[in-house]
Design a protein around this ligand. Structure first.
Ligand code: ATP
Length: 334
């Protein structure tokens, strides 16, 4: 699976991949979205393309412009500049019934029963209340929460209340689900459940876009990702292509510590303890292996490690943005 890749250098010009990597129609297409608050650009020329049925992440540190971008996509706020098309419509409100949205600020009426909260959220998207209650009960049963149907929101644990809100986001069976930091505030078990729910939605052909400042959520779940920092998107495309921007690393362990064979290692090779580390040569490792064997290096182990999304994020968004992302994640853990 692939999404349309592009890099946007700082001057904002687009270098499109000339090949259309897949033929799926786009659920979301945004070009040059700009939004300023009080004269400061919160979002500064965002481009992204999300094919139907994809799970797509908007990944960046707090304050990077994720929420503002999602709100523009949904039509909650209008961009100062740029266009966004949702299922080919340039006015997202026209197709509100096809969209489910979980905002960053969670909250349901504390005195409302869970089942009523779900039905009420469905009604806001055009679903008759009676049908909302019926579907709501099915959804609660499917998520082992049937016992909570008639409990009020204030009687639920935080994780349960968040699940109820998510079910309310889904009850009208949207084709596009937009989740703003959905993993925030959830414990590991509920995060796992949410991952499963997101995967199940995509299996049913629903497009899911979510914002996050946690790299591993994007890496584990997403087919495509927009990396956002300081209101700009220096990369939007497939997670795989982002990882491929960094050469794989070779880790080599040899019995001999030195010998003529060391001259065959790439200049960038560094030694750490018993291991050499260096970027995978363009020619692969075979020619090097031959030299190592002939030079009696005594190969004990050799592994090729592909870059993860974290390394790609550092290379694409820069050290400062990566450090901020890590600080945000540590902030979560407190
Ligand atoms: P977070 O997860 O912390 O909300 P984010 O990546 O979603 O981060 P945004 O909420 O989009 O970031 O905010 C981007 C920038 O725009 C921030 O500097 C924020 O303070 C500013 N901003 C967002 N909304 C408003 C608003 N309504 N009025 C003024 N400034 C705003």
């Amino acid at each position: 699976m692939q999404v349309n890749d592009h890099m946007t250098p700082d001057n904002g010009s687009l270098l499109h991949n000339s090949v259309q990597p897949d033929s799926r129609p786009l659920a979301i297409e945004a070009r040059g979205l700009v939004k300023s608050f009080d004269g400061t650009r919160a979002v500064d020329g965002v481009d992204l393309s999300v094919p139907e049925g994809a799970i797509y992440g908007v990944l960046g540190p707090n304050g990077a412009g994720k929420t503002t971008t999602l709100r523009m996509l949904l039509g909650i706020i209008d961009p100062d500049d740029g266009v966004r098309m949702i299922f080919g419509h340039d006015r997202p409100h026209d197709i509100g019934r096809l969209i489910g949205y979980l905002p960053e600020e969670r909250g349901l009426y504390p005195a409302m029963k869970s089942i009523e909260a779900i039905a009420f959220m469905g009604a806001l998207r055009g679903l008759p209340l009676a049908e909302g209650r019926k579907r709501g009960l099915e959804l609660l049963e499917r998520h082992d929460l049937a016992h909570a149907a008639n409990r009020t929101i204030r009687q639920l644990s935080k994780g349960m209340a968040q699940t109820v809100q998510l079910l309310g986001t889904l009850v009208h069976r949207p084709r596009l689900v937009v989740l703003d930091e959905p993993f925030s505030g959830l414990d590991a078990i509920n995060q796992g459940k949410l991952e499963s729910m997101i995967r199940a939605l995509a299996d049913d052909g629903v497009t899911v876009i979510f914002s996050t400042h946690v790299i591993h959520h994007a890496e584990r779940l997403c087919e495509g990702v927009a990396i956002i920092a300081g209101g700009k998107v220096p990369y939007a495309g497939s997670v795989e292509s982002a990882r491929d921007r960094i050469p794989a690393q070779v880790r080599l362990e040899t019995r001999a510590r030195e010998g003529g064979w060391t001259a065959a290692l790439p200049d960038a090779a560094r030694r750490e303890g018993d291991f050499f580390y260096f970027p995978l040569p363009e020619t692969g490792v075979e020619p090097l292996l031959k030299t190592l064997i002939e030079g009696e290096a005594g190969i004990l182990s050799l592994s090729i490690e592909r870059a993860g999304l974290h390394d790609a994020f550092v290379a694409i968004a820069g050290e400062a943005a990566a450090k901020q992302l890590e600080a945000d994640q540590q902030g979560d853990a407190k």
